[in-house]
Design a protein around this ligand. Structure first.
Ligand code: RB5
Length: 149
């Protein structure tokens, strides 16, 4: 499993904590930036991570901004990406089990590091349930197709 990571300045410190956590777990990742607290624009990093995921080189992505909102909206503009902003472990589980979210968004100014790492673990360890949820996820792709014409 190889993960694509990205953040703006508001999520930079949380991304750093997530990187250390992934290293401790022996999980592979690539950091698409940003690499400092200097102000940047979150759409640039949401897009980079999403493109890395839909390219097939990365199985999933984790992105952070101040709230997780702006970067998730940006990430979801890339067809094929299902990005969920999560701030609790129940939604982390559901984001994978029901929505098969392939990108997880977190808010560095919202969620403490301890909880954020638990969210990451829950999301990584949960499997997609398929079945009726597969039908619904397919319908999300149908919406994309309708507007990509
Ligand atoms: C940057 O100040 C902030 O707007 C950004 O990190 C994010 O919270 C946007 O949704």
């Amino acid at each position: 499993m190889k993960l694509a990571l990205g953040s703006d300045h508001g999520g930079y410190q949380l991304k750093d904590a997530i990187k250390k956590h992934l290293e401790e777990k022996g999980l592979e990742y690539e950091d698409f930036g940003t690499h400092s607290d200097e102000s940047v624009d979150y759409p640039d990093f949401g897009m980079k991570v999403s493109e890395a995921v839909v390219s097939g080189e990365f199985e999933s992505g984790i992105i952070c901004c101040g709230t997780g909102i702006g970067i998730s909206i940006s990430a979801n503009k890339v067809p094929g990406v299902r990005c969920a902003v999560v701030s609790d472990t129940f939604c982390a589980q559901m984001a994978r089990e029901h929505n098969n979210a392939n990108v997880l968004a977190l808010g560095g100014r919202v969620t403490g590091v301890g909880l954020a790492l638990k969210i990451v673990d829950t999301w990584l360890e949960t499997e997609f349930a398929g079945g009726r949820h597969g039908r619904r996820v397919d319908k999300i792709a149908d919406i994309e197709k309708k507007y990509l014409k």
